[in-house]
Design a protein around this ligand. Structure first.
Ligand SMILES: *[C@@H]1O[C@H](CO)[C@@H](O)[C@H](O)[C@H]1NC(C)=O
Ligand SMILES: *[C@@H]1O[C@H](CO)[C@@H](O)[C@H](O)[C@H]1NC(C)=O
Ligand SMILES: *[C@@H]1O[C@H](CO)[C@@H](O)[C@H](O)[C@H]1NC(C)=O
Ligand SMILES: *[C@@H]1O[C@H](CO)[C@@H](O)[C@H](O)[C@H]1NC(C)=O
Ligand SMILES: *[C@@H]1O[C@H](CO)[C@@H](O)[C@H](O)[C@H]1NC(C)=O
Length: 390
């Protein structure tokens, strides 16, 4: 009996091995065949640029945005690549196409089979009517996470008409939902909204994010990465606005505003509790938390270790203690750009440099900053290029 059993189990093992190999081939070298992204300026690869009329481009459509990598403004709020671009490269995928096409492009030539990006700079999780009710004004866009989900549903139903395999497309996509929600805080704090009102946004934002994740899973998504908020107390934007804060308000090691970082951590704690809850509802889906907060915080804590010499001063700006002036932001005269953006963490006072995004991406993909560890979900992600091992 023993030989027979062993033969059966051998052929069973070969069958399993065969399935594993063909599965890996099907997924490409990075486990996922495509990326679908929702969010704001941290992930926008051109949507706001294409939404705005050509004679009124957003700042990201003007020089010196793109100075380091693309060598032209692409609509990305950075000097080069964003976190999503580094994730795409590590998965062996092309840079993400913005869903909103250029007005000059031939729409029928656009191909989203390797990914599609719905993120819009300035976008909020909460919708415009909700924010208006609390007197919060969005100066950049009326697009919310709900709008992006509607765009996705419209896209997906069209895509399914020409691609009978569209369920597989969704199943084999890495879907990024966020970071989103940071902007309503950014707007509300500097517009003087009561802190109690802003605190009440937290659960509303998380419920919108959760709703979106669940809708995507119901449509067939199997891997969703949901990032938390950044340590906003380290951004020149806030450090300048709250410039005359008491010395006690600052973290002595980093120079960041403690209470604002505490606010981000509070948001992130509640977000993770909600993700845990929905993991229970959809055990067959993989819901990954992206710990942007700590992936960025390790840079603020040891900048020299990562080659940064300027941490709280923006590379592109018009002066002031943090080189950020809300009335003369990057790309607006008299703002100027620093000599070596790769030494700066902050690009324009709100967004990171490509160098910082690259490090944050490394922290997520190679380091410990996702829950569960992304390497346990996908073992074949390539290392982030141009950096020593994590
Ligand atoms: C758009 O591209 C398609 C396919 O390449 C082509 O047939 C069509 O003529 C193009 N339309 C315009 C307006 O350029
Ligand atoms: C889209 O691109 C993929 C490869 O990137 C290709 O296999 C597919 O045929 C293209 N689809 C169309 C409609 O051109
Ligand atoms: C805006 O969000 C609120 C709260 O989630 C919801 O009740 C309302 O229907 C939404 N409005 C629109 C126009 O989507
Ligand atoms: C946003 O504004 C545009 C242009 O005014 C309008 O066409 C669109 O319907 C608005 N979208 C939402 C979600 O309010
Ligand atoms: C900010 O920029 C405006 C516009 O150029 C200028 O008038 C103002 O003095 C600047 N503020 C500071 C603190 O430099």
């Amino acid at each position: 009996m023993a030989p027979t059993f062993s033969t059966i189990s051998n052929s069973f093992a070969i069958l399993i091995l065969g399935l594993l190999i063909s599965n890996q081939e099907a997924y490409g070298h990075g486990c996922y065949k495509s990326i679908i992204s929702f969010g704001n300026s941290l992930a926008d690869t051109g949507n706001l640029l294409h939404i705005n009329p050509p004679d009124k481009p957003p700042k990201s459509g003007r020089w010196p945005y793109g100075i380091t990598f693309f060598k032209r403004p692409t609509g990305r709020y950075s000097d080069g690549r964003l976190l999503v671009d580094f994730i795409a490269q590590s998965l062996g995928l092309p840079f993400l196409e913005p869903f909103i096409g250029s007005k000059n492009a031939n729409a029928s030539n656009r191909n989203f089979s390797k990914g599609v990006n719905f993120a819009v700079a300035g976008a909020t999780a909460l919708n415009q009517s909700f924010l208006e009710k609390y007197g919060v004004f969005n100066p950049l866009t009326n697009v919310s996470l709900g709008t992006q989900l509607d765009w996705f549903k419209e896209f997906f139903s069209t895509f399914c008409k020409t691609n009978p395999d569209c369920k597989t497309f969704l199943q084999t996509s890495l879907i990024l939902v966020g970071e989103i929600g940071g902007n309503e805080y950014n707007y509300a704090f500097v517009q003087g909204t009561d802190i109690e009102v802003i605190e009440s946004f937290v659960t509303a934002i998380i419920s919108d994010i959760s709703f979106t994740v669940q809708e995507l899973i119901k449509l067939g998504a199997s891997t969703v990465l949901v990032p938390g908020n950044l340590p906003t107390g380290c951004l020149p934007y806030y450090l300048s606005y709250y410039e005359d804060s008491d010395e006690k308000e600052y973290d002595r090691k980093t120079g960041c505003l403690n209470w604002l970082n505490g606010f981000s951590e509070h948001h992130n704690d509640l977000l993770q509790m909600e993700l845990n809850r929905i993991r229970g509802l959809y055990p067959y889906a993989t819901i990954i938390y992206g710990d942007y907060y700590n992936a960025a915080m390790r840079i603020y804590l040891s900048p020299n270790k990562f080659g940064f010499t300027s941490v709280l001063r923006a590379c592109c700006g018009a002066g002031g203690p943090y080189n950020y002036n809300a009335s003369a932001e990057c790309s607006t005269p008299p703002a100027t750009v620093c000599g070596d953006p790769s030494r700066y963490v902050s690009w324009d006072g709100i967004h990171f440099t490509e160098a910082a995004y690259r490090r944050i991406a490394q922290g997520l993909l190679e380091g410990p900053y996702t829950i569960p560890l992304i390497r346990t979900v996908c073992s074949s992600i390539s290392r982030i290029s141009g950096l020593s091992e994590y």
